[in-house]
Every structure is written in structure tokens, then in C-alpha cells.
Design a protein around this ligand. Sequence first.
Ligand code: CP
Ligand code: NVA
Length: 312
Amino acid sequence: MNPETLKGRSLVHWKDWTPEEIRYLLELSHSVKKSSRNREVHQRFVGKTLALIFEKRSTRTRCAFETAFGEEGGHPVFLSTADIQLGAKESIEDTARVLGRMFSAVEFRGFSQDTVEILARESGVPVYNGLTDSYHPTQVLADIMTLEENFGKTAGKRLCFVGDGRNNVVRSLVVLCSKLGVNLTVVSPRELFTDPVLLEEAKVWASASGAVIEVTSDLGAVKGADAVYTDVWVSMGEENYSDERRRLLFPYQVNGSLMDRTENPKAVFLHCLPAVKGQEVSLEVIEGPASRVWDQAENRKHTIKAIMLATL
Ligand code: CP
Ligand code: NVA
């Protein structure tokens, strides 16, 4: 794989990235983290600018992009939709064309996947999806990096996601795990099963990598898991469904007895955060010895820096 072919690329989801390209980003992420631990200072984004558009709230994603870009000498500009014309007075296409004339790259977090794809198509610069209703691609790269830190190779390992099987994090895990050969079991109530169209699409990547991607409502499926992952029951923008989600997902809380059902004392716990402690995960698990959530959060920064280094 020639890294030069990544220059100028956008990341709107992982579908159009090859396993070799994704592996390259993971290796780069580990080396970025090592340099950071060694307190090395680099100035690889000097003279570059990054627009950070946020329609939804963020702690990790915003701070990861802003600090990763700024500490390398780049100039990040935060734009909430309360500040800019996007979607209010100006079309996404026109905003994209203007931003592309002023910025080296654009990050977008918001509702519609179409918006980030239009930005990528029309701006002429790399565009990074910082979360939409459909995908959260930068998150899952950090998740795989965290698993690699724990297990070395992740191909053949088994990750169980327990919770809302339809959400953006799960959809991104389906794509990335199927490409990288990581076995993924999504455990959720039938009403919240993962999109069958996406699962069908993933079969092609899974058959090439050897990954097994499964969906079930049976909590017994966590047996033998190397990692258990959960996320909030109510994603941003879905607040109207809170009562229904609580009813459906109550039996799917990740707690001590669910972790015991893995029958794997080395199983780790992951959560993209922010977490509603006592809801999707018990306090004992998120604060317990299996939890890797703070590594996962830190790795957001290293992976995001690696993505920008590779594409800018
Ligand atoms: N995991 C994640 O995306 O966190 P933020 O919403 O804080 O960015
Ligand atoms: N599924 C969650 C992820 C938050 C990082 C949401 O969309 O709110």
C-alpha cells in the first residue's frame, strides 16, 4: 500500500477504505501514541487550517481534533451551527465550496450522513465524519486500537456489542470489524436489530477477512467474548424515544453478572462515552478492572491525528 494514495482522502465511513489502508492508519496511530508518550514535538500541520463543524455536542471528538491539529502547528476553527450559515441561509453545497477555498480540511459532526457526504464531494478537501446519525468512523478506529493494545492482533478476537444495535457506533463496528477480520456479535432486542441491508453489504468484506458478524437477542451469546462494548441507550437526536429504549434495553445492561457470562476472566469492557452510569453499564463494570474506557478516550486523539497525517 502506497501511503501517498491516501493524500486528499475523506473519511465519511469505512466502506471505501481497504483493509490495508485501515491497517496503515492503525500502525500510524500506535506510532503517534508512542511519540506522544516520548514527549516528541512535531509541527506537521504548520500553515494548515481545519474547520470543525458541530451540529451536536461533543467532548472527546472536538477536543481530539482540536488538540491533535493545534499541537502540530495547524489552526483549527470551531464552528457550531449557531455561528455559521450552513443549512440556515446557505445550502450545504455552497458552504462546502466556500470552506474548501479557505481550509485544508473539514470535520463535520451532525445529524444527516448526506451532509458529510455532500461536504466531502463538493469541498475539494479531505472531510472527516465526527459522527452522524448513521456512522461514527473515527470512534471505531480508536476502539480497534484499544483492543490491539490489550490483545496484540485483533483478527479472530470476538467483540460483543450489547445494547442499541441500530446506532451509529454499531454500524461503524460492522463495517470495520468485517474488513479487519474481527468477529462481532451484536446483542440487542429484536426491535433494535442492526440494519439488515448493512449486514448484507458487510458479508462481502467478512468473507474476504474471515470475520463472523452476527446479530442476536440472546444475552448468552456473550459467552467466550474477548471484549464487551456498550453505548448509550438513547443517542443524540433520539430523545423522544427515551421511555421506549429504557423499557426495551433494561435487560441488556452490562453489569457484573453479564461480564461473568463471558466466562472469560480476561474479557475487557469498552464504551465510546459519554456513559449513563447505572443505565447501559453498572458502576462496578465501568469503574472496575476490566474497563478500558479511558484508554479508548485517549486513543481518539492518536487515531484522529493519524487520520489527518495520512490524508493531509
Ligand atoms: N465518543 C465520543 O464521540 O464522544 P463525544 O461525544 O464527547 O465527542
Ligand atoms: N451513539 C451515541 C454516540 C455518542 C458518542 C450518540 O450518537 O449519541
